[in-house]
Ligand binder design. Structure first.
Ligand code: B12
Length: 277
């Protein structure tokens, strides 16, 4: 059996890219059947990376480390690694949301709804890929132990932040609106799986957590402030409560024929939508 002995990182990257390219679930099948996500970025972080321990201070004690997640499914491991991916939203969908200033476009709403279902199927696929080779793997987002709470320091936060995992794997830094800005921009969804297969970490080529944000670095831009229809973004940052309330009270998913619609106006019509500005 190929145990992923030689260059497992490349094999995993190729499998994830293939899945995203070929899966029928990566399609807006209720609209024009175009792709939901473009080619993904894939990266790796070591479970023992000090950042994951630091997240207990930055986010809260309830935010679990990779070893704590893995410990929920196996005791047989000495190392842990985190596999992350970034799924860039298609240009057509970004353009459709750019044209909106109060409610999201239909393509965006379908991307939130069906795109996250696809993201879940990718999480399951990556877990089964590793299990088939004899490794243990867990996708925290699919675990019954995944939870969110409202902490006094960070507001709404969960027991596993996929953006912080992507940050650790070198694929993006945070923006004024909290969105993670990656080399393919901020209009993306991301995912992660933790495994006991030891993987080589990707390079992290930034010094500070908000390095790619023009507002944070130069005091310019701030376009996401004006884009937010809920008044949730100011020069002081992102008010998660207001953001959540806008999404829950104002946006009616049934208008779009979906269960969850999101908003995402801060992710389109901004210079970081599909690149590092
Ligand atoms: C809870 C949640 C929400 C909450 C709160 C969001 C938040 N900022 O935490 C609400 C309901 C408001 C929300 C809204 C949206 N969400 Co949401 N949400 C989540 C969820 C489930 C958990 C997030 C979490 O736990 N965050 C932890 C907290 C602590 O993170 P934070 O406050 O943003 O982090 C700050 C600090 O840590 C700080 N920081 C301070 N010092 C330091 C030092 C270091 C070293 C580091 C690294 C960081 C750091 O940096 C951050 C920015 O200020 C994730 C899925 C997941 N499991 O990750 C999706 C997720 C964050 N959401 C996502 C999306 C797309 C959205 C929406 C755009 C909705 C939509 N689909 O249209 C909006 C707007 C998001 C926004 N502007 O952030 C995407 C993010 C995509 C992106 N480009 O960033 C995620 C990752 C889902 C996914 N799998 O793709 N969401």
């Amino acid at each position: 059996m190929d145990k992923f002995d030689i260059n497992p990182e490349k094999k995993i990257i190729d499998k994830i890219k293939y899945y995203v390219r070929e899966s029928r679930d990566n399609r807006l099948f209720n609209l024009d059947n175009d792709i939901i996500f473009e080619e993904p970025l894939v990266g790796f972080a070591a479970g023992k990376d000090k950042l994951f321990a630091e997240y207990k201070n930055i986010i809260g004690d309830f935010h679990l480390t990779p070893a704590e997640w893995l410990g929920k499914i196996t005791q047989k491991f000495s190392e842990s690694s985190v596999i992350v991916w970034v799924l860039p939203i298609s240009e057509k969908t970004i353009n459709s949301n750019k044209a909106k200033n109060r409610y999201p476009s239909k393509r965006w709403a379908h991307t939130r709804n069906y795109g996250e279902k696809f993201n879940n199927s990718l999480r399951e696929y990556v877990v089964s890929l590793l299990e088939d080779k004899g490794y243990s793997a867990i996708a925290p987002m699919l675990s019954e132990d995944f939870s969110w709470e409202e902490s006094s320091e960070t507001g709404i936060a969960s027991s596993w932040s996929e953006r912080h995992a992507v940050y650790a794997a070198g694929l993006g830094t945070f923006g004024l609106c909290d969105g993670l800005i990656t080399p393919q921009g901020k209009a993306m969804r991301c995912g992660s799986v933790i495994t006991n297969l030891e993987l080589k970490s990707s390079a992290r080529e930034y010094e500070v957590h908000d390095q790619y944000c023009l507002f944070a670095q130069q005091g310019t831009c701030g376009r996401c402030i004006a884009r937010c229809p809920g008044g949730a973004i100011t020069e002081d940052g992102h008010n998660k409560r207001k953001c959540l309330e806008y999404q829950q009270r104002i946006i009616d998913p049934s208008r779009y024929g979906v269960e969850v619609a999101g908003c995402g106006l801060c992710q389109a019509g901004v210079p970081c939508e599909s690149q590092i500005p």
